[in-house]
Design a binder for this molecule. Structure first.
Ligand SMILES: [Zn+2]
Length: 304
């Protein structure tokens, strides 16, 4: 398997299309090709090393069939660079920047980035959180300037602006993070998300927002009173999740400038993936995304 630890080494390791295809085969099939149509594992390899035929359904396929790369005219080598950039840049990369970096149109770059976010979403990090979990919600869109102030004055304008999209974040201390776009911040909505994603009996830390009340029937619940300018009380704080939110917002404002509400979920996925793999090497993060490349989404599906 090819080794690399930076972008230069990646481009050297995959300086031909054949090397990129070979790497994808190793990551996806682990040396045992299977048919993407019927999942049968007896296959015939054609002499060119690219085309395969299934012994069962007799259909032909390549390693990209059934993946996010299927039907793409973009060389796999360019996809690899895009994967490297989206997984290693702390704030992500815009479609405009990617289009310049790999020499494609912005529309193509936009499509590549959305397909990569789909791959990130597919299987990663579905396990529920446990131990001590910080929970907080924020709003994406609208003015961020007065965030701290509005947060202090919660239950007033900070949490009710209609132009903003609410996002709920949950982070296990020294563990993984999850973040979701939510319809609203009503108790019922937030409780369901918490219950679905945090192991019963864990300790949760929130602020005093009324929608978090009554979670102490299921969890050990500790909260701090932001309205009384309290931010840390011993072990009790929500600074980790707030730190993630500020990174997320810098990413959105700095790189994407504008995110339409319907795409917020995808940017959350990208940012939580980077956060959850921050201890990994560049190579592991790259291969993890590649490993999740099954599944495809058409341009039509994306824009609808
Ligand atoms: Zn088959």
């Amino acid at each position: 398997m090819k080794k690399f630890s930076n972008l230069l080494e990646l481009t050297q390791a995959f300086n031909t299309e054949d090397k990129a295809i070979k790497h994808l085969k190793e990551i996806r099939w682990h040396g045992k090709p299977y048919c993407p149509h019927c999942k049968h594992n007896k296959t015939y390899e054609f002499k060119n090393g690219k085309l395969y035929k299934c012994a069962s359904c007799r259909k032909k396929f390549t390693v990209t069939v059934g993946t996010i790369f299927e039907d793409s005219k973009i060389p796999l080598r360019k996809w690899f660079i895009a994967i490297y950039l989206i997984t290693s840049h702390k704030k992500g990369i815009s479609s405009l920047q990617l289009s310049k970096d790999i020499g494609v149109t912005q529309k193509t770059a936009w499509f590549i980035l959305h397909r990569l976010r789909l791959a990130i979403k597919t299987k990663s990090f579905n396990e529920p959180l446990k131990n001590t979990v910080e929970i907080d919600e924020t709003y994406i869109g609208g003015k961020e300037r007065n965030k701290r102030l509005s947060k202090r004055r919660q239950n007033t304008q900070g949490r009710t602006l209609e132009t903003k999209t609410p996002v709920l974040g949950l982070i296990e201390r020294k563990g993984k993070i999850k973040a979701f776009k939510v319809e609203n911040v009503k108790r019922k909505t937030l409780h369901k998300k918490v219950i679905d994603n945090v192991v019963f009996g864990s300790t949760i830390m929130t602020d005093e927002f009324k929608s978090y009340r009554k979670l102490d029937m299921i969890y050990k619940h500790d909260f701090i009173a932001h309205s009384e300018f309290q931010y840390v009380r011993g072990e009790c704080h929500t600074n980790t999740i707030e730190g993630f939110f500020s990174l997320l917002k810098r990413s959105i404002l700095g790189i994407y400038h504008f995110v339409s509400p319907k795409h917020i979920e995808r940017y959350l996925i990208e940012n939580t993936f980077r956060y959850n793999t921050k201890e990994e090497t560049e190579e592991n993060r790259f291969n993890l995304l590649l490993h999740n490349c099954n599944g495809r989404i058409t341009y039509k599906e994306l824009i609808n």
